[in-house]
Design a protein around this ligand. Structure first.
Ligand SMILES: Nc1ncnc2c1ncn2[C@@H]1O[C@H](COP(=O)(O)OP(=O)(O)O)[C@@H](O)[C@H]1O
Ligand SMILES: O=C(CO)[C@@H](O)[C@H](O)[C@H](O)[C@H](O)COP(=O)(O)O
Length: 475
């Protein structure tokens, strides 16, 4: 990691990076070393935040914000106090597209805890996440056409607001602020009266024009959209504010960066050459390459395209095959095995199942079983669900099935952004990131098998480190 000259005040001595992911919270403390920044400490905690949706039923995918903040507090409580007291900047990333609503001035309550003071969510809704499926294709087609280069999809913040507007309008009357979960944390830490959102997160909500860096306010207003809920938008890498009080020992007045997309921060952590492609497999999965400087995406997106252009930093874009099927497919498979086992009268810990299925799959290098794993559909083909073919009686062990699931996850990503296209774009190396890759040797073997490029892996707190690096590299 190289350190660039930091202008705008003394170079940070210690930066805290946070990633509020879909499955887990990751934190990392970066300190300035002789050769650049180094990760001095890191901590991650699963949030177990999934909760039922009162309004949307089985299609809803919501998370309990109290549990996300609890996991964040546990991570901070586990980091060394003497390092936290040296933090000068905080960089925050998180799961994009999702939306949480809160009441201004009542979004949280600050309390004393063993490691100083911390905040607890107060008048806050659930987080409706990027995996939410309440907005059907028919519902989405009933909405105004956005002026954005990214096609609207279910789970995008603006689509979710429209759903409430049409199906449960009273819900919206209880709140007067909204943002992603990481925008919420920034707003609470800095006591922002109006939430602030980066271009990265605004683009992930829909109805946002990246060229003018503005919401489609006229289009939204005409259809009765509560535009007062839309956050102010700022550039990725800018400072959103300063902490209003000490937080787990982190001094009052610490600079907090505008919240960033987890995916962009994972890429920022490892992407050093334009000939690198980044493969991130966490709850979801993304395969991406950076676009040439000055690239501007077509103003009108092709909804059938598997590749989307994500705003990155400094006006750059990433070409991304963003799959809805990543580690969440393996997690669902493990849940299924756990449920079947329970139905048979046995109890097995999910962590033990992960260990067993990976062990079993390592013993079966080749499986003719073919699994197309898209149980969550894909944004460009929402109706195309998973399928299993070529089932021979010899391929029915846990090891064969796990190998075929891992192969299918990687193969599905390659079907969205083929190896041939990567070669034509000059890719010469794959950088792997995300916990699902870091914790699963079978997945890494399938990556090595499918990609004809050398593969290099980072750590499993990539986005948190990336968010901290952005603060170190501020000009
Ligand atoms: N014990 C385990 N062994 C191997 N893989 C695991 C284990 N627990 C979770 N995973 C994988 O890690 C994924 C979550 O990765 P993580 O980086 O925590 O997600 P996110 O960044 O989206 O919060 C899960 O979807 C699952 O596939
Ligand atoms: O779906 C897309 C992009 O459209 C993904 O980048 C998605 O936003 C991210 O995976 C989410 O932010 C969730 O990330 P993660 O929790 O899977 O790490």
């Amino acid at each position: 990691l190289t350190t660039s000259e930091v202008a705008g005040g003394p170079a940070p001595a210690c930066v805290l990076g946070i990633d509020l992911g879909t499955t887990s919270v990751k934190t990392a403390l970066l300190v300035r070393g002789k050769q650049g920044q180094v990760v001095a400490e890191s901590c991650s905690r699963e949030t177990q935040a999934h909760t039922s949706s009162l309004e949307a039923g089985p299609q809803g995918m919501e998370q309990n914000v109290q549990k996300i903040i609890k996991a964040l507090n546990e991570c901070l409580a586990a980091l060394p106090q003497q390092q936290l007291q040296r933090v000068s900047h905080i960089g925050i990333s998180g799961q994009m597209h999702g939306i949480v609503f809160w009441k201004k001035d009542k979004g949280c309550k600050w309390t004393e805890c063993d490691t100083g003071s911390t905040f607890e969510p107060e008048e806050v809704s659930h987080l409706i996440t990027w995996q939410d499926g309440r907005c059907s294709p028919t519902f989405l087609s009933s909405l105004p056409l956005p002026q954005s280069h990214i096609s609207l999809a279910t789970g995008f913040g603006c689509a979710t607001v429209y759903w409430y507007l049409k199906k449960s309008p009273d819900f919206l009357k209880s709140y007067d602020a909204a943002g992603t979960i990481h925008d919420y944390v920034v707003a609470m830490l800095c006591d922002l009266k109006k939430p602030l959102m980066s271009v990265q997160n605004a683009a992930s909500w829909g109805y946002f024009n990246c060229r003018s860096k503005s919401w489609n306010t006229d289009i939204l207003k005409k259809s009765g959209f509560p535009v007062h809920l839309l956050p102010e938008v700022g550039d990725p890498g800018s400072i959103a504010g300063k902490t209003i009080c000490a937080w787990h020992g982190i001094p009052k007045g610490t600079k907090v960066g505008i919240a960033l997309g987890d995916f962009q921060c994972s890429v920022y952590f490892c992407l050093t050459e334009r000939t690198d492609a980044v493969l991130n497999i966490s709850t979801s999965a993304q395969l991406t390459v950076s676009m040439p400087l000055g690239f501007q995406p077509p103003e009108t997106p092709d909804p059938s395209s598997a590749v989307t252009y994500f705003p990155y930093f400094n006006g750059d874009y990433l070409a991304v095959a963003a799959s809805l099927n990543g580690g969440n497919v393996l997690a669902t498979f493990v849940d299924m095995v756990a449920q079947w086992t329970e139905e048979l009268g046995l109890q097995v810990e999910k962590s033990a199942i992960y260990t067993k299925i990976i062990e079993a799959a390592l013993a079966h290098n080749n499986s003719k079983l073919s699994i197309h794993p898209t149980i969550f559909g894909e944004r460009h083909v929402p109706g195309q669900l998973a399928s299993v073919t070529n089932i021979a009686v010899s391929d029915l062990t846990l090891g064969h099935v796990t190998r075929a699931v891992c192969h299918g996850i990687v193969e599905n990503l390659c079907s969205m952004l083929p190896v041939q296209h990567l070669m034509e774009m000059g890719v010469r190396r794959i950088l792997g990131s995300g916990s699902a890759l870091a914790r699963n040797e079978v997945l890494r073997q399938e990556v090595a098998r499918i990609f004809p490029f050398p593969v290099v892996y980072g750590k499993d707190v990539d986005a948190a480190v990336g968010a901290a690096m952005v603060m170190f590299h501020r000009k």
